[in-house]
Ligand binder design. Sequence first.
Ligand code: SF4
Length: 211
Amino acid sequence: MYLVKEIFYTLQGEGFHAGRPAVFLRFAGCNLWTGKEADRARDAASRAPCAAFCDTDFVGGEKLAADAVVARCVEALEGAKPGWLVATGGEPLLQLDAPLVNALHAARFEVAVETNGTVRTDGLGLDWVCVSPKIFDARWVQRSGDELKVVVPAYDPDQALTLAANGFAQFFVQPEDGPLRDQNTARAADYCATHPQWRLSVQMHKLVGIR
Ligand code: SF4
């Protein structure tokens, strides 16, 4: 059984595949923050800085078997053809496993994952791996994939590159959201201008008002 927070069909908002129609399969739970406001400061200090600014609700959810997850993903399409599916969280790799990936493939989904890099993707048969690292020590174990996405200024793209440059094909910096979003966006844009290996990723879905 999988604890699933929500499943919905939208356009992908950020990163390499921004603008692409996608089913989002959000798993409940994360290993870097409990998701509770009362624990935010503690987890930001003891687990990962992202707990301080994380704006995703990944608490709660519904227990579903693999076939029910697939059925809900198809249902979310409302008649559209299965295509791109993004497994996200929380931290999706705490739950996503090969049987579920296989079941999604059998239903003709391509399966991408957005992970914080603390769980390896070996053997899952994923079609796209986007790692947005949230801790830069030995706990960052998945140092390869299709896309490396670094949130600034909380995290340092140079440091990420030093630790994992050879593992990725696409490199994005993304401004941290919150009251300083405009300032952070300008900073990220400046960084890209002087480091052309990196591209700017903005959270388009928030700008245009989609999920
Ligand atoms: S890893 Fe992602 S979901 Fe988990 S607390 Fe950090 S930003 Fe939020």
